[in-house]
Design a protein around this ligand. Sequence first.
Ligand SMILES: [Zn+2]
Length: 141
Amino acid sequence: MPRRKISPSKRLVIATRAAFLCEYCRTPEDVSTDVFNIEHVNPVLHGGTDADNNLAYSCGGCNGNKHFHISWNDPTTGELVPLFHPRKDKWQEHFSWSDDLTLLTGLTPKGRATMDLLKMNRPGLVNLRKALFSYKAHPDM
Ligand SMILES: [Zn+2]
């Protein structure tokens, strides 16, 4: 199936709604070296549409690791669980920051599974978070 193109105006709506942060790892686009994408939360492969409630703003790393997955195993229990859904789930209920805002922890099976698949503590992200914290520019300060 050919890849569908999201219009620039729709992209801006989705990015603005996300405050230009990755809706998974919360990396700010303006300090990232990643290309940010409009991501289909429910992938097109699984019947996902271009409706706003199925689109999320995602850094290239999270988007690439998520790929076409909609579920993944909770690394604690091994149970297959749905991934975090930025339109339906509240981020703060599934993830938390370390005190220095550099490492994420999954609080729920869904949070842990999403962190595991998307590798949300990638070394480059952790280093970027350290810099953002030291410059008091972390988005969650
Ligand atoms: Zn991300």
